[in-house]
Design a binder for this molecule. Structure first.
Ligand SMILES: Nc1ncnc2c1ncn2[C@@H]1O[C@H](COP(=O)(O)OP(=O)(O)O)[C@@H](O)[C@H]1O
Ligand SMILES: [Mg+2]
Length: 351
């Protein structure tokens, strides 16, 4: 057990790290952020900050030496430099991080556990893409295998001719068949150091331009009917990886049951509603898990919860938002507004 008062290291300096740091601080932990960008919204609320590139092994080693445990809020931390963290434990799990960083390896991993992703093919050049469209059909989505988030690094292909217009980037790609879904949902679980697993209610997630816009709990009945099968897969993933912490798995609800989309080996945007909407938030339970503490209840704390992202310059009238007393405003303190950038979120509870 890592007792309060000790230092928790977090790789990554964004809003997920900020909310994790705030949950850690509430329980008396110190937080040390490691991130390559100078302006870190996580460092702003933390005790210590190492600003260094991911591949600076000396900086990584010095950072880890100050921490009782290290975790990550950013999925695309390159795997190589993580060796410098030992002997400090790195949780949820280094192998989980590596598996989820590559869309092909995560889909193959999940398939081996009996999960069902969209049909997919590896694409390294135009010939591969033509062959993939031929085998899987259109419509489909071409994605970068690594480093994609919020719909970035994706090209929708409605018909084979659309592919000609794409300026293929010189990185490994994946082509996925387009899944016709009735809705999207996520399974978020926390697994403790002793293997204890708890699930939060699954939110229905609605995306706009590939970016999460709205999460609603409880999800409609038709989606909820698919949650048990999805939970079985999420549990199998967590057990297989001997995972410790919060894991998020995104699914498409289809007429043939849940189709695996992707997993995030960290806290997730579709779990932000748990800060006010659940007895224990995903952030608090992640900290509890990595510190070897007993997990808190994941039960709903309201009859209905809606979490709406504030994206780009989408919402600015804070007083109007707060004039509804059921709303909770979360702003991440990002200085620069950019189109598609997540600036904050609003959670509305119906008791
Ligand atoms: N194969 C697919 N079929 C249908 N919709 C998809 C597919 N892949 C992605 N999408 C849509 O795009 C969104 C973002 O894609 P995702 O693979 O989750 O990338 P990101 O890593 O950017 O979150 C999904 O939540 C879904 O709405
Ligand atoms: Mg996604």
């Amino acid at each position: 057990m890592i007792p309060p008062g000790e230092t928790i290291g977090i790789l990554g300096g964004g809003q997920l790290g900020r909310m994790m740091a705030m949950a850690a601080a509430q329980m008396g932990y110190r937080v040390h952020i490691y991130a390559p960008e100078e302006d870190s919204v996580a460092a702003e609320v933390s005790a210590a900050f190492t600003c260094a590139p991911w591949d600076d092994a000396a900086a990584m080693r010095a950072f880890a030496a100050t921490c009782a445990v290290v975790t990550y809020e950013f999925e695309n931390v390159p795997a190589g430099p993580l060796a410098a963290i030992a002997p400090t434990p790195l949780l949820a799990h280094p192998r989980a991080l590596e598996t989820a960083q590559d869309r092909v390896s995560e889909k193959s991993f999940v398939q081996a556990l009996g999960g069902r992703p969209a049909p997919f093919a590896v694409v390294d050049n135009r010939a591969d893409l033509a062959a993939a469209m031929e085998r899987i059909g259109t419509p489909g989505i071409l994605k970068t295998r690594r480093d994609g988030y919020d719909g970035k690094g994706q090209w929708r292909i409605m018909a084979p001719a659309d592919a000609d217009a794409i300026d293929l980037p010189n990185v490994p790609l994946i082509y996925e068949g387009f899944v016709s879904f009735s809705g999207e949902f996520s399974v978020i679980l926390v697994r403790g150091a002793d293997g204890d697993i708890r699930f939060w209610d699954s939110a229905q997630n609605e995306h706009e331009s590939g970016i999460l816009a709205l999460s609603t709990v409880p999800a409609p009945d038709a989606l909820q009917a698919q949650v048990p099968a999805a939970r079985d897969l999420a549990r199998a993933i967590a057990d297989k990886l001997d995972y410790v912490g919060v894991l998020a798995v995104e699914f498409f609800a289809t007429s043939e049951g849940p189709v695996f989309n992707e997993m995030a080996c960290r806290v997730h945007n579709s779990g932000h509603w748990t800060i006010e909407g659940a007895v224990t938030s995903q952030f608090e339970n992640h900290i509890r898990a990595i510190c070897g503490l007993p997990l808190g209840s994941t039960a709903l704390a309201a009859s209905k919860v809606e979490m709406r992202n504030i994206i780009g310059d989408g919402a600015q009238d804070w007083a109007a938002i707060l004039s509804d007393p059921a709303n909770h405003l979360h702003l991440y303190g990002k200085g620069t507004i950019r189109p598609g950038r997540k600036m904050g979120h609003v959670t509305r509870l119906t008791l």
